[in-house]
Design a protein around this ligand. Sequence first.
Ligand code: MSP
Length: 476
Amino acid sequence: MKNTDKFYITTAIDYINAKPHIGHAYEKVASDVLARHYAANIGRDKVRFLTGTDEHGAKIAKAAETDGRPLEDFARETAAKFSFAWDQLNIEPDRFIRTTDADHIATVQSLLVTIKENGFLYEGEYEGLYCTACETFYTETDATDHICPIHKTVLELLKEKNWFLKVNELSQQIKPKIASGEFVIWPISAAHEITSWLNQGFKDIAISRPNVKWGIPLPWDKDQTVYVWVDALINYITGAKDGDKNWWPANVHVVGKDIAKFHCIIWPAILLAAGLELPKQVVVHGYLTIGGQKMSKSVGNVIDPNDWVAKYGADAVRYLLMREVAFGQDGDVSEEKLRTRYTGELANGLGNLVSRITTLVENYLGGEVVVDTIDEQNSESNEIHTLIQQFAFHDALAKIWVWVAWANKTVDEKKLWELAKTDLEDFRKTAAGILGALEIIAKELRPFMPETAEKILIAVTAKKITKAEPLFPRIG
Ligand code: MSP
């Protein structure tokens, strides 16, 4: 990483109209892996990790109404479901921001005043199509038949007075920044898509809504509230403030591909209008799918992360999410796949290795062995660090499992349980090597599987090694 001074990472903030699903969890786990990785490499105090909930707008107001509960209560309770789920998954943000937080409301209002003073807002009339489920304005070209391309519902025909942001004019400045590498969009296919959008010319957008009560009032026009997407994007600026410190610009915004346009065109336009720096990078991930279909509340195929964590543990779920799908692409997940990886790579692979070697060392060496500590700065560790920094989480894990397989193979081929009886010195040397490898495996696994990594480190670095508890017990 070029900018080694600090690492400020954010995720999309989730809508609270429903409870969290595995698709939401996926993005949070990946961001947590990055945050933990950088914390280990540049120092915990140099990393800031922000996540949270997107709570305003017509969509949430409707959900609360359907639920028959006061908006504030509904928002608080649903937001808590997200922070609870992240807690269960050992996702540890420095701040869990809610767009209803007082400091966020103040930040949004003052930022919009600045943008207005800078001359980038004007009053106008919007006549067109809107999807509340997306909280997005559509043009006739996006939706010729007036059907939402995402939700397949009939779009609402709106005619209303709004304040507009001069996105068309501002967006001219974005393309050269993408081309020069000042503003990076990953993967390259997403960058190409954004550039092609920019080439077509991007329309100005409404930044306020006249008939949406559940939102942040525009300071100079109390009849209007801030358009929920503008409100939500600004969370990254609110969350950058940390006592006397300001972490802006973000090093990485991690977002799904459905909201790349908001982050790569509208968000930069807002920042440019406010005279702020652009984020260094937007990282766009794909969808988790079930039988090829995007997991979403509207499709009704959601998996509750708490169910999987309760059954398989946080680390196994983190492992599946990071191992199963190449970041940046779509990929199918299922409990079947989780179970297969759990019994295979986790229980029979890593778990078995740890229990076999610790048992043998306890039985034949009285638990005492000088571990062959391998320098963590070796080239293979560096390769893993590079893979993580390039968001190739699945490749990083696959590489770690090459070491697991090597260690298991060594135990088998050298028949360590026999070697211990025939050639204790050779046994001691081999065991020391395997324990050293396990120490490296555990260190490299830390960002992905923090609990498991700690358990392994404790087991293999003990003064007197004893048979380790199974890391991945049999699931009933
Ligand atoms: N509230 C907006 C984001 C505002 S960010 C300033 C939003 N919320 S969301 O709840 O619909 O989605 C939150 C994140 O979860 C998005 O990045 C979205 O792409 C991601 N995912 C939602 N479903 C997903 C899958 N099935 N798979 C992977 N990611 C998914 O958009």
